[in-house]
Design a protein around this ligand. Structure first.
Ligand SMILES: CC(C)(COP(=O)(O)OP(=O)(O)OC[C@H]1O[C@@H](n2cnc3c(N)ncnc32)[C@H](O)[C@@H]1OP(=O)(O)O)[C@@H](O)C(=O)NCCC(=O)NCCS
Length: 184
């Protein structure tokens, strides 16, 4: 399997429709942790729906419009990363991330995000990387800050999830800021 090391025992790897059963089991185990923040954690409920979710990203990848990756700890699925949007015409992309509770606190998503920003900016020449986050999601906001992103504003009542409307903060990083950042 294709893989990039993130830390001791941790790697960022491909995630494809044939791995739907593994994603379904991961989502079942971690649903209470993921559901408050991630719309897909409400709709991925079995292998078939996980397969549909992964196929959306396989199709996006084929169109160069998005990608999904797994974060693995000692080979086991521990989280995921997405370019939810990847727009080469506009020169921008949006990152997303999740971890199982036991995989938090090791810097895995920060490290994976750095790899993905390096690729988006350094290899693909994008000008802007976005991170959209619920204002109540302190752990995710901390990732955006750690990456050196700027909070640009808040999109109010943007979408409905589980019967509640949600705001989203928009954080972003521009290519020149990334090149000037330590480790960028
Ligand atoms: C958001 C989420 C991915 C953040 O996970 P996280 O583990 O806090 O983020 P990272 O992997 O970047 O790790 C950072 C933590 O590891 C610690 N850490 C340890 N070694 C580190 C290293 N080498 N580099 C950076 N941080 C390190 C940091 O101090 C930080 O812990 P702290 O918050 O207690 O200070 C996770 O909480 C999650 O999956 N939540 C549910 C889904 C979700 O909200 N997704 C985002 C939607 S916008």
């Amino acid at each position: 399997m294709l893989s990039t090391p993130l830390a001791e025992g941790a790697e960022l790897t491909t995630m494809e429709p044939w791995q739907a059963a593994e994603l379904a089991a991961f989502t079942d185990r971690n649903r209470a942790h993921l559901e408050p923040w991630l719309p897909w954690a409400h709709t991925v409920t079995d292998e078939e729906s996980a397969q549909r979710f992964l196929q959306v990203y396989a199709d996006k990848q084929a169109r160069d419009a998005g990608r999904i990756f797994a974060i693995r700890l000692d080979g086991a699925l521990a989280g995921g990363m997405i370019y939810r949007l990847f727009d080469t015409e506009q020169g921008s992309c949006e990152l997303g991330a999740w971890l199982a509770p036991e995989a938090q606190g090791r810097g895995l998503v920060t490290a994976a995000s750095r790899r993905m920003i390096d690729w988006a900016v350094g290899v693909r020449g994008l000008a802007r990387v976005e991170w959209l986050v619920d204002p109540a999601n302190k752990a995710s906001i901390a990732v955006a800050r750690r990456l050196g992103m700027t909070h640009e504003g808040t999109l109010r009542s943007l979408f409905e999830m589980a019967g509640t409307r949600h705001d989203l903060q928009v954080w972003s990083l521009l290519s020149h800021e990334w090149r000037q950042a330590p480790g960028g």
